[in-house]
Ligand binder design. Structure first.
Ligand SMILES: Cc1cc2nc3c(=O)[nH]c(=O)nc-3n(C[C@H](O)[C@H](O)[C@H](O)COP(=O)(O)OP(=O)(O)OC[C@H]3O[C@@H](n4cnc5c(N)ncnc54)[C@H](O)[C@@H]3O)c2cc1C
Length: 393
């Protein structure tokens, strides 16, 4: 039996950050993980270059039943604090659109930074450890039974993440622990995930696979302007991923494929100036030919503008600027970047991340009912929540 001050379950972004901070305070810290490697999601993130934070972070970039919860932690450990760590390690990085910061070389740089900091302050990391049972003896005394023996600890931190990418070791472990201690868990769903399409839409759009268009995608709640990507499975690309986190099953989304112009106005002006040109000559200049051929009927495309009625112009404009499509569903946790829902924020202190009802039990990172937008916001939440909890565990 091992007696330890702090046990953290989950050796990834939030867990390692918490471990570093707690150990810096002189706490004896052990991080347990069932995976054979720490930080697998860090390694696969950002297409291998880890979008580790964003220049512009605010509450609006997060989805939660308690949208104000993130404020405190995000202001105590900010994106600038994490950038300072990255710079201290001389990790080269670059900014992409919307203030997203990526490593120049590899996500490994970020994981190595965390592991190196852990080493400096003697954090123990024990991998391939299956947690069999958690018992609470008394306040600030937990017994964790695992396949590598029993651990006793004063503070138990759950940093086991959400459900996305089960292949990478994602499990509902954290939700089960919360339920064991009667802590509310909001229903979960896949977020930042591509949409699948109904059969007829899939067939109609199948020729467009690989085309990316800068668009505005809207749901009832929000809209995003970024690329959409037609794939052989359905719709993807950053604008689709962002909207998917707000999408309710059965809901129709609207897509404006030409957000910079008023197409009806463009068509009307062209009709006045060049009535002899064919509709396709005009539209092929605005969007890829393959796409136009799918969205607008061939006989109409072959007509000159003077042969087309104003009503038909309206239909053309609407088809490309108010394209309504009802996704069949999402690709689910298999490809989702985040999990929406999770451990109820109201059950936790926004200062310490300790449960309000179970002394010594903490939840941090993605296991909580907090999901960030695409753009480095999820890692920033892991860094901020892990850092804050690390000051108290
Ligand atoms: C493909 C992909 C790309 C992404 N890219 C980005 C990006 O570029 N920028 C960004 O901000 N966010 C990105 N994210 C989201 C980001 O990776 C997560 O939000 C973040 O890793 C959450 O950190 P966490 O520490 O809370 O949980 P996780 O990183 O999920 O870590 C949880 C840890 O707990 C362990 N664990 C789980 N269950 C158990 C169990 N039963 N017993 C023991 N251990 C367990 C896991 O093995 C894992 O090591 C991406 C996600 C994916 C899937």
């Amino acid at each position: 039996m091992k007696k330890i001050d702090v046990i953290i379950i989950g050796a990834s972004a939030s867990g390692l950050m918490c471990a570093i901070e707690a150990a810096k305070r002189g706490r004896d810290v052990v991080v347990l993980d069932h995976a054979n490697k720490a930080g697998k999601k860090i390694l696969m993130s950002g297409g291998g270059r880890c979008n580790f934070t964003n220049y512009d972070v605010s509450t609006e970039n997060y989805i939660s039943h308690n949208p104000h919860f993130v404020k405190s932690a995000l202001s105590r450990f900010t994106q600038w604090d994490f950038i300072a760590m990255v710079e201290a390690y001389k990790i080269l990085y670059h900014v992409r659109e919307h203030g997203q910061l990526f490593c120049d070389d590899s996500s490994k740089d970020i994981l190595n930074l965390l592991l190196n900091e852990c080493k400096k302050v003697n954090v123990g990391i024990q991998l391939k450890t299956d947690i069999l049972k958690i018992d609470k003896q008394s306040d600030h005394h937990f017994i964790i039974k695992s396949n590598s023996g029993d651990f006793h600890c004063q503070s138990l931190v759950i940093a086991s993440g959400g459900l996305s990418i089960p292949k990478m070791g994602a499990t509902p472990f954290g939700y089960k622990v919360a339920e064991q201690f009667n802590i509310k868990v909001w229903p979960t769903s896949a977020g930042l995930v591509p949409f699948t399409l109904h059969k007829h839409d899939k067939e109609t759009l199948s020729d467009l696979s690989g085309i990316a268009i800068n668009s505005v995608v809207s749901t009832k709640k929000i809209n995003f302007r970024e690329n959409i990507l037609f794939t052989h499975r359905g719709l993807s690309g950053p604008a689709i991923l962002q909207v998917s986190s707000y999408w309710d099953a059965g809901e129709t989304i609207e897509i404006n494929l030409l957000p910079d112009i008023d197409l009806l106005e463009t068509l009307t002006e062209a009709f006045e100036k060049q009535p002899q040109i064919k509709l396709k000559t005009l539209l092929y200049k605005l969007l890829p030919k393959r796409l136009i051929n799918v969205f607008i009927k061939a006989d109409l495309l072959d007509k000159t503008l003077q042969e087309i009625s104003h009503k038909q112009f309206q239909h053309v404009a609407s088809a490309l600027q108010n394209w309504s499509i009802q996704p069949n569903g999402t690709e689910g946790y298999r490809t989702a970047e985040v999990t929406i829902g999770g451990v109820d924020c109201d059950a936790l202190s926004s200062k310490t991340f300790e449960s309000k009802t179970v002394s010594g039990l903490y939840f941090i990172g993605e296991v909580m009912d907090i999901s960030g937008w695409l753009g480095g916001y999820n890692f920033q939440w892991s860094w901020s929540s892990g850092w804050c909890a690390g000051q108290y565990v």
